[in-house]
Design a protein. Structure first.
Length: 327
């Protein structure tokens, strides 16, 4: 059932992608800030309670509804519910248009437009960024977006679905990412005051939630890319990045594609809209990994790496589903 739910969700998302400010995202944004306004008092202990309610309630409701549908209406209806949840939480089209627009601009040599598009996508100040650095940032943000929008969701969905919890894992992962980013950007989004303890608790919880998916993504990139180089770069250079989980994903990507990643970070600027931006924690400055200087051809390599990883996931889920049916 997990394999079919994932397959249908990806197909529907490719055909009819959700907009960045769809009704689901608006409801989630409202829920996240309602919980913080109601419970956030600046105390560390209450901060964890606030995070647990903001993330736990939607996750538990998703799981309970899955069980109710499965028990009373059967697995086909429960699978439809899983497809709906995955459609709202997982998908390339939630970020891939940014990548495509930047790549098209670089294809025709319009670097100023590419810089503008990157600034708009990541809400950063780009300035006169050199071409190689522009390409590096596009590669890094694209890979991390693919991890957070697709592979991280897949990891938690697969693990909890195997335990009989339905699509609860997808909600757990995406809600954790959304809450962390929303509360970090609370001042720029002008929604509500969020205390520092709550921001720290959300960031710490996100590190734990993303710990396993980041390493699964790194292993998958190594399998479908240059395995030895990816593992070597992961072991020796992941610590160069300020965020441990991001460092694992980016260092594995660097080795898998033989591209230099890491370096000076872009300057964040205030968001100019009321949309819940969920690209995860902003990249900070870091030391560079070994590899070739980023080139335009590396963008195509990133696309190939990501799609090969999707195929790997689908094959593994199909084999597990088949084994379960035959067993």
């Amino acid at each position: 059932m997990s394999f079919l739910a994932l397959l249908f969700a990806l197909l529907i998302e490719q055909a009819r992608p959700l907009s960045s400010d769809n009704v689901v995202r608006r409801r989630i944004r409202g829920w996240i800030f309602w919980v913080s306004r109601s419970l956030d008092a600046g105390h560390p202990e209450l901060a964890w309670t606030t995070w647990s309610l903001a993330i736990g309630v939607p996750t538990l409701l998703t799981m309970l509804l899955h069980w109710v549908l499965l028990y009373f209406l059967g697995w086909p209806v429960a699978m439809v519910w899983s497809v709906c949840v995955l459609y709202a939480t997982l998908g390339f089209r939630q970020f891939s248009h940014h990548f495509t627009d930047i790549r098209d601009a670089l294809d025709v040599g319009d670097e100023p437009l590419a810089r503008q598009l990157l600034a708009k996508w990541q809400h950063v100040s780009v300035g006169a960024l050199p071409r190689s650095e522009l390409l590096r940032h596009v590669v890094e943000h694209s890979v991390l977006s693919a991890h957070r929008h697709v592979f991280g969701v897949l990891a938690w969905f697969s693990v909890l679905a195997a335990l009989g919890l339905g699509p609860a894992g997808a909600v757990l992962y995406r809600m954790s990412a959304w809450a962390t980013q929303a509360w970090r950007n609370s001042e720029t989004l002008s929604k509500a005051w969020v205390s520092k303890p709550l921001q720290l608790a959300a960031s710490e919880a996100w590190r734990w939630v993303d710990w396993l998916p980041a390493r699964i993504t790194a292993v998958a990139f190594a399998v479908v890319g240059n395995f030895e180089e990816a593992i070597d770069c992961w072991r020796n250079h992941a610590q160069r990045f300020p965020d441990d989980n991001d460092g694992v994903v980016l260092s594995a990507t660097s080795g898998a594609l033989n591209v230099r990643l890491g370096g000076e970070a872009l300057d964040a600027r205030a968001a100019d809209s009321d949309v819940l931006h969920d690209n995860g924690p902003s990249l900070q400055g870091s030391e560079s990994t070994p590899g070739r200087t980023p080139e335009l051809a590396h963008l195509s390599s990133v696309v190939g790496l990501v799609w090969r990883t999707v195929v790997l996931w689908m094959v593994l889920l199909a084999l597990l589903t088949l084994a379960r049916l035959l067993g």
